[in-house]
Design a protein around this ligand. Structure first.
Ligand SMILES: [Zn+2]
Ligand SMILES: [Zn+2]
Ligand SMILES: [Zn+2]
Length: 229
């Protein structure tokens, strides 16, 4: 059973930290460290919010990491636990005693215009000094992410060709720098995981060595904290 209040509670009270924040074509991207020492990727834009944690995959809906961003970091909303009501932060400040059910937000996962405007406004005022932010990890993560964008992301493409490993058609694939073969992300990393030399299954070149360290990003997996430290 999906319990939203329970998740909001976890989002604001558990040991969750913000590691890094950036923006790309999908929207605002927040990298969030959970209690289990994994870093999750939360995407927030006006039309949808996504996370790569198990809870999100199971329910396809707001997980504690997304709610951590909305209720604790950017604080578009706050939850009044005494009266069991949601409020926009703005409404709370104005002492407007309106019951704001977040209906349009919660039922179609879309920000209402005003809420989205407020989200961007508060985000612009965000200070990295706040206690939900881990500064020492921030710089290391930023460098890792920069390298991923520079070394690996360019090899990812939405393309329909035959994957040389499983012979099925690809939708989203990763390219070998040398032989230009496109592989399913799953197929090539399953292959590379098995072999020490990280050589291409087609051309035997060692070009995958530079891409391999970023495979958590490429597969959109949660990232073990140890990888960044
Ligand atoms: Zn999550
Ligand atoms: Zn394949
Ligand atoms: Zn190759």
């Amino acid at each position: 059973m999906y319990n939203l209040l329970n998740r909001i509670h976890k989002g604001v009270s558990e040991e969750i930290k913000l590691v890094f924040l950036t923006e790309d074509v999908f929207g605002y991207i927040f990298f969030v460290l959970g209690g289990s020492n994994f870093i999750y990727r939360v995407i927030i834009n006006k039309k949808f919010q996504k996370c790569n944690c198990e809870d999100y995959y199971n329910h396809n809906f707001l997980c504690k990491h997304i709610l951590f961003i909305l209720f604790k970091v950017v604080r578009v909303y706050r939850f009044d636990f005494n009266n069991n009501i949601f409020l926009r932060r703005e409404d709370y400040k104005l002492q407007k005693n309106i019951k704001y059910s977040l209906k349009s937000f919660l039922f179609n996962n879309k920000f209402p215009d005003l809420d989205w405007y407020l989200f961007k406004k508060y985000l612009g005022k965000l200070k990295v000094k706040e206690n939900y932010f881990i500064l020492d990890l921030h710089d290391k993560f930023k460098e890792h992410y920069r390298k991923y964008n520079y070394l690996a992301r360019k090899n990812l493409k939405r393309v329909s060709v035959q994957c040389p490993i499983c012979k099925d058609k690809t939708k989203y694939a990763v390219k070998c720098d040398i032989c230009k073969s496109y592989f399913h992300v799953e197929c090539i990393f399953t292959w590379l995981n098995k072999i020490v030399t990280k050589r291409c299954p087609i051309c035997r070149s060692s070009c995958w060595e530079t891409i391999y360290p970023y495979y958590h990003f490429i597969k959109n997996d949660k990232i073990p904290l140890d990888l960044i430290k």
